[in-house]
Design a protein around this ligand. Structure first.
Ligand SMILES: [Zn+2]
Length: 332
C-alpha cells in the first residue's frame, strides 16, 4: 500500500499511474474497514469518485447551501477559504469540490501517492474551515468538457441543492481551470431542466453563479460585483490553507527540493514564514484592487479600513440577484 506519511517521491511508471484511481478507492475502503485505526481513515468518509455518488443534501434549514468548484485540490480552497469559513461559522452549508485528483501537481512525485496526499491535505483544510469536500477521481491535466462530466457537475449541484455556485472564470492559463469553469457554466441552465440528468431531481430555483478573481485581461478583466472583508478570519483561514504543504511550501508542479528542504529546520521555518506572508498578501491585494466594491458594501469608513478581502463577479448565466440580495448572501 502507500506510505502513510504520503512523502513517497519519484516518478511513477505509466502502469502504476493508470491504476492510481483504483488503488485510492481501495485505500478508502480499507480505511473504513480498519474502523478508525489508521490515520488516513478519513479517506473513507468522503467519496473519491468520478461518478459523483449521492451524498446527503444539507438540511433544509433556511441556511445557504454553497458549492465551490475548482480544478485541483487547492483551487476551491483559495477561491473561497475566508468566506467559506465565515459562512460555516454562521451555520451555512459549504462544499468544496476539486474536479481532478491533482495527481501530477508536484515536481517530485505523482500518481496515486500524490493524489492521496493532496486528498488528505484538503480534507484537513475542510475540517479546519468547517466545510464538506469532495475530490473527483479524474486525472490532473486531463479533465474535458464532456457530456459525462456535465452530468457529474449537474448532479453535484443538484445534490447540494445549491443556492450559490462559485468557480474561477473560463479565461485562464490552465486547461483544467478553463474546462472546470466551462463545466460549471454548462450547468448554470441545465440544473433546472427536468429531463436532463434524470437520476437527480432538478433544482426548483436556479442558483446564483459567481466567479472568483484572477488577473487575466482578455477578453475581459475580472469585475467585482461584491467584495467582503475576511479580516476577522484571516489567521485561522491561513492556518487552514497552509496545511497544503505539497502545493504551498514545496511549490507544487513548479517547485523544487530546495524550497522546503527535508533536513534543514531553519530553512523550513523561513519558508513557512515566507509562504504565510505571501498568502496573506494575496488577500491584502484583493482589498486594494476591490476597494470601491468594499466601500459600496460597507460604507466609506468601514470599507476603507478593510485589510484583507475576497471578491466575486456575478456570472451572466444562472439567477441574477439584485445587489441587495447578493449583499444579503454575504451577511455572515
Ligand atoms: Zn489549479
Amino acid at each position: 500500500m502507500f506510505a502513510l506519511t504520503g512523502v513517497a517521491s519519484g516518478k511513477l511508471y505509466p502502469m502504476q499511474r493508470k491504476y492510481s484511481s483504483r488503488m485510492l478507492i481501495l485505500a478508502a475502503v480499507a480505511g473504513v474497514v480498519a474502523g478508525g485505526a489508521l490515520p488516513w481513515r478519513q479517506l473513507g468518509e468522503l467519496s473519491l469518485t468520478a461518478a459523483a455518488q449521492a451524498q446527503p443534501a444539507p438540511a433544509n434549514d433556511g441556511k445557504l447551501r454553497v458549492i465551490v468548484f475548482g480544478a485541483h485540490p487547492d483551487d476551491p480552497e483559495y477561491q473561497s477559504a475566508g468566506v467559506a469559513m465565515k459562512w460555516a461559522r454562521a451555520g451555512h452549508h459549504v462544499k468544496l469540490v476539486a474536479a481532478t485528483n491533482g495527481d501530477i501537481g508536484h515536481w517530485g512525485m505523482a500518481g496515486g501517492p500524490l493524489a492521496k496526499r493532496r486528498h488528505e491535505e484538503v480534507l484537513e483544510v475542510a475540517r479546519r474551515l468547517g466545510v464538506t469536500n469532495e475530490v473527483l477521481d479524474i486525472h490532473d491535466g486531463e479533465i474535458m468538457p464532456t457530456l459525462e462530466n456535465r452530468r457529474i457537475f449537474n448532479r453535484l449541484i443538484r445534490q447540494w441543492n445549491a443556492d450559490i455556485v462559485i468557480t474561477n472564470r473560463p479565461n485562464d492559463y490552465h486547461p483544467d481551470h478553463r474546462y472546470t469553469s466551462i463545466l460549471v457554466q454548462d450547468s448554470a441552465y441545465m440544473v433546472g431542466v427536468p429531463f436532463f440528468g434524470t437520476d437527480t431531481p432538478p433544482l426548483k430555483r436556479n442558483p446564483v453563479f459567481l466567479y472568483a478573481p484572477d488577473r487575466f485581461q482578455r477578453p475581459n478583466p475580472f469585475r467585482p460585483d461584491i467584495a467582503v472583508s475576511i479580516d476577522d478570519v484571516l489567521d485561522p483561514m491561513l492556518d487552514a490553507l497552509l496545511v497544503m504543504e505539497s502545493q504551498i511550501h514545496e511549490g507544487g508542479a513548479d517547485g523544487n527540493a530546495s524550497l522546503y528542504p527535508a533536513n534543514d529546520p531553519a530553512a523550513r521555518e523561513k519558508r513557512r514564514a515566507q509562504v504565510r506572508q505571501q498568502l496573506a498578501g494575496r488577500y491584502a491585494s484583493y482589498a486594494e484592487r476591490f476597494r470601491e466594491a468594499l466601500v459600496k458594501n460597507y460604507g466609506e469608513a468601514q470599507g476603507r479600513a478593510v485589510r484583507h478581502a475576497q471578491a466575486f463577479e456575478l456570472c451572466e448565466y444562472g439567477r441574477q440577484p439584485s445587489y441587495d440580495e447578493l449583499k444579503k448572501m454575504f451577511t455572515f
